[in-house]
Structures are given as C-alpha cells and as structure tokens.
Design a binder for this molecule. Structure first.
Ligand SMILES: [Fe+2]
Length: 286
C-alpha cells in the first residue's frame, strides 16, 4: 500500500500471487471440501457453488464481487488486515465485505489467529450469497455503528463471534455449520459437531451478548439457531434497551451452562441424518 487511505482499501493485485500461494489455497480448499460435506449448512454450500470458488487458486475479488453483487448487492473490498471497528461496521452497513489478501504460510495450515484470504473468502463470502444472511450482515454493520456510539461494543461483538464466526444451525438432517471461523478450520469443523466437550446451546440474544469467548482455542460453547430468519429477526429490535438491561448482569464465562439453557447433543461421526436434542442442561456454573 503506497499511501494511507482512511477506508483502508487496497488493490488485491491478483497477478502478484505466487504459485506457492495458489498451491496453499488448493490444499486448504480440498481439505475443507472433504470435511464440510454433511457438516456445512446447505446455504453455505450453495453459496460456494454459486460463486464458483474452487480449488484452482486464490480467487480474483473482482470476479467474485460481480457474481455476489448480482445475487445480493454485496461486494468485496480488499484490505491489508483487520481494520478499525468503525471502518469495519461502515463497510458492512454499505454491503461491502472487507477481505484480507494475503494467505497463510504452509506451516500455518491448521491455525492462524488473524484472518487471511482463505478465512475471509472461503469462510465468509459464500454466506453473503444468501439473501437473508446478507441482510443480517448489513443490519449487524448498522448495529455496530450504533453500539460504538452507545459504548456497548463488547456486547455486540459477542453476537458476531457466536453467529457469523462460530454459529451452528439446526436442520432436519442434524446440526450444521454456518460460522466462518469454523468453516475455514479443519479441526474445528469436526470438533464443533462431534466432540462431546463443547456445549451446543439454543440461540438466545441476551445470553449470547453476555457470553465471553476465547480467541485462541476451539469454542467451549456454540449457539444454535433454527433458521436465518430467526437470526435476522433477533437483530431487528432496537438494542439500546437490551444493552441497558444486560449491563447490570454479570458476564457469563465461555464454558458455563445456565439452568435455563437448552442443549443439543454432539453428532456422532458418520451419522448425519439425525437431529438429536439433548436433555435440558442444568449444570449452573456461574
Ligand atoms: Fe472472520
């Protein structure tokens, strides 16, 4: 980036990617494709197919943006890395998705703390092909600008974390993944559905906003939505009274379960056609 711009937008410079960088994309793509069949939600898989994102190499953002724009009016903006909150929210509110351009190194295939182009494009952009989710992301951006003004960003950030990044959805075939942080992680794609350790709790807006999270390990708790309409409906009310209501309540540790939580059991590996709702969970630890 030769000069600083207040919107942090840069040029992707697709022709500058090396063969090694495209090869890393292929490795990541092919590994996730094998894992996500029967684990990712239909909306994500449809979006991926509709965009034509494939194993060939790192996609050209301009080509993806044209397809995305025709589907839901979103476009991708190349940025150098994480951007300040106000810039990020303003992009989402304008139906622009800020995506990093660089790809992780070969020795970072399994874990990278910061987002790279594989996480942003493979993980996030296919969901933006879905009209309801696309509207949810715009509403989130508008809500983010408001939360900044009200001083409640920490509460709203948890909603993003537990939905956009690490959300699960209940389908007639069982739990499926729609969160981008999971979709771009080989280990967590399996762990989130099949490991007996994490809690899988029914989505509740106030519960989510009060729940802490760890950024450096797999999640202790996942929240499960019934459909994307439910998620969008949850963002429709004015959050100001909700922030006011939860401000006096304690935060909930990432691993805690409350008496009123409703849980879902882990999927068993190889069994994809059963929705299993677990018993009422009642191990209060807060
Ligand atoms: Fe992300």
């Amino acid at each position: 980036m030769s000069e600083a711009r207040t919107d942090y937008a840069i040029k992707q410079d697709w022709s500058a990617y090396s063969e090694e960088e495209h090869a890393i994309w292929r490795l990541l793509f092919e590994r996730q494709q094998r894992l996500l069949a029967g684990r990712a939600c239909r909306e994500y898989l449809d979006g991926l197919e509709g965009l034509g994102v494939a194993a060939g190499g790192i996609p050209d953002f301009r080509r993806l943006s044209d397809i995305l724009d025709r589907a839901t009016g979103w476009r991708i903006v190349a940025v150098p890395g994480l951007v300040p909150d106000d810039v990020f929210f303003a992009y989402l509110a304008a139906r622009r998705f800020p995506s990093t351009c660089f790809i992780r190194r070969r020795d970072q295939l399994d874990y990278l703390q910061e987002p790279d182009v594989f996480h942003d494009i493979y993980g996030h952009v296919p969901m933006l092909m879905n009209p309801v989710f696309a509207d949810y992301m715009q509403a989130y951006g508008e809500g983010g600008l408001k939360a900044l003004r009200l001083g409640h960003l920490a509460h709203l950030a948890r909603l993003y974390w537990y939905t956009v990044e690490f959300g699960l959805i209940a389908t007639p075939e069982g739990l499926r993944i729609y969160g981008s942080g999971i979709l771009s992680s080989a280990g967590e794609s399996v762990y989130c559905l099949e490991d007996p350790h994490p809690h899988r709790l029914r989505f509740d807006l106030r519960r989510v906003m009060r729940t802490q999270y760890h950024i450096d390990r797999y999640q202790e708790t996942y929240f499960v939505i019934d459909d994307f309409g439910q998620l969008f409906a949850a963002t429709r009310p004015d959050f100001a009274p909700i922030y006011h209501e939860i401000a006096i309540l304690p935060d909930i540790p990432a691993e805690a379960v409350l008496p009123e939580d409703r849980g879902y059991a882990a999927s068993r590996p190889g069994i994809r056609a059963r929705k299993k709702e677990g018993p009422r969970v009642s191990t209060a630890r807060v």
